[in-house]
Design a protein around this ligand. Structure first.
Ligand SMILES: [Zn+2]
Length: 481
């Protein structure tokens, strides 16, 4: 009797799955075995032993989706079952986008948009070091893996007297020291949100100085650009120059052309990105909706055809109503109504379908939900993003092949963010997997009923363990090499 390791039973075998491996290669039918936290074998495993078998006939088995754009830093701690993510087939999230991360910062109250991480409630910005935050995530044992970015605005709020100003040399040095601790603790890079008030005052030399720290550790730079409307071309150039000066890979966050008079400009922005990408590493992300969501801000409402409140500290019961509606009821202007409703959050209808279709079809466009998990009436992207791309954009409208969009949800982000042995379904890789029904997968979350799980996601596996009930097997994915 041969008793060697090769004959030990596998922990789990998916029988007759249609495998999409994340590389963009055509799908094929095979059995896939899991051994511990890794993929053990792929092929005809009908005579191999397994502790458990799952009949995957007719279903797609692919690497678990990587949500590259989230604000779930705090959700990992307070809602570690991560239902909005898991129900979409997501197995890894990137946190700390748009310049805002939960650490390193100790503060009771924070300016918008940092309040998005906690939706206006006071605290819990309680982590003076990034290492302490990552330890808290590990202790919470979330259901999905988390790859953390450090937010530039968080660093500014932590060290600066007046965040509306450019940082002084001393403040830049203080931010560099904080950032160095974050990168040593394992952060995968830095994000910026130059559009937002706490970062708008920063100059290129400040961002470059910080990115040089990121570069020394091999991290990435993601940016919510200074302008996604009239001055979008200048903002693209600023992003390219900054990343190139510090020699870091660049990711343009939630790319969009905002406001009606900028509709159609994605032809030019994508051409500019393609041209720059011949000289430096550039990728982008997008969510599959023509409405965005953020803090309640006048300059976003001004570009929006309709603004719907997602949360309001003074008027919590008005979440879900539009500003137009509320202003009419109060008999005041919409601007005055916004002032009364703040601090709060909103959904802004401000993009064109044509631009969205073009951007989300780009070969370097990854998918990021940008979901806001603590909002009372959140944008439906929190629960719907990945199934909406697979169902509505891929299957129903045929904008791209399934293998290509799975690649942009798995292998491409793993490569861009340096997530080793993730994002590809192959022997030896981590067993982060999603089993889904390509004929049925689709979003059900709507603007009126946003917290609705999607259809067609049959099973999710994180680090070899099926997610469900109290089983939570996510890890903190720190920067490697
Ligand atoms: Zn953003």
């Amino acid at each position: 009797m041969n008793n060697d390791l090769h004959d030990a039973p596998f922990d789990l075998i998916f029988d007759r799955a249609t495998v999409i491996d994340g590389t963009g290669a055509p799908s094929y039918v095979a059995d896939v075995a899991i051994s511990g936290d890794r993929i053990g074998m792929i092929g005809d495993l009908s005579d191999r032993a397994a502790v458990r078998r799952v009949d995957a006939k007719g279903l797609i088995l692919s690497p678990g989706f990587i949500d590259v754009h989230t604000h779930q830093d705090n959700a990992l701690l307070v809602g570690p079952e991560m239902a909005p993510s898991v129900s979409q087939g997501i197995t890894t999230i990137v946190t700390g986008n748009c310049g805002i991360s939960l650490a390193p910062l100790v503060r009771d109250t924070v300016p918008a948009p940092l309040d998005l991480l906690v939706s206006g409630t006071s605290g819990p910005f309680i982590f003076s070091t990034f290492a302490a935050y990552l330890d808290a995530v590990r202790s919470a044992s979330p259901a999905v893996n988390a790859a953390p970015l450090v937010g530039h605005s968080t660093l500014r709020v932590a060290v600066m007297e007046d965040v509306t100003q450019p940082a002084t040399d001393a403040e830049i040095e203080a931010m560099k020291a904080l950032l160095d601790e974050c990168m040593r603790a394992g952060a995968i890079g830095m994000s910026s949100g130059l559009f937002y008030p706490p970062a708008r005052g920063s100059k290129a030399d400040e961002v470059v100085a910080l990115l040089e720290v990121v570069s020394a550790y091999g991290g990435v730079y993601t940016t919510h650009m200074r302008d996604e409307a009239d001055a979008i071309m200048d903002s693209l150039d600023e992003s390219f120059n900054t990343a190139r000066s510090a020699d870091v890979p660049l990711i343009i966050s939630h790319h969009k052309c905002m406001g009606q008079r900028n509709f159609g400009r994605s032809v030019d922005t994508l051409a500019r990105i393609d041209a720059a990408a011949e000289e430096q590493s550039i990728a982008l992300d997008a969510y599959p909706y023509v409405a965005g969501s953020s803090s309640l801000l006048h300059d976003l409402a001004a570009k929006s055809s309709s603004t719907q409140i997602t949360w309001s500290t003074p008027y919590p019961d008005l979440a879900g109503r539009t500003v137009t509606d509320i202003a009419a009821e109060w008999g005041i202007s919409e601007d005055a109504a916004i002032d009364r409703l703040k601090p709060g959050g909103a959904i802004y209808h401000m993009m064109s379908q044509e631009d969205l279709d073009r951007i989300i079809s780009h070969p370097k466009c990854m998918i990021g939900s940008d979901g806001l998990p603590h909002d009372k009436m959140p944008h439906p992207r929190l629960w719907g993003t990945f199934p909406r791309v697979l169902g509505h954009f891929c299957r129903e409208r045929g904008l791209f092949p399934l293998e290509d969009i799975v690649r942009r949800m798995t292998q491409l982000p793993a490569q861009e963010y340096g997530l080793v042995d993730r994002g590809t379904l192959r022997v030896g890789a981590f067993a982060d997997l999603v089993l889904f029904d390509a004929d049925r997968v689709g979003d059900r979350a709507t603007y009126d009923d946003p917290a609705t799980p999607a259809d067609g996601i049959e099973m999710v596996v994180v680090n070899g363990q099926q997610v469900g009930g109290t089983r939570r097997s996510g890890r903190v994915l720190t920067r490697q090499g």
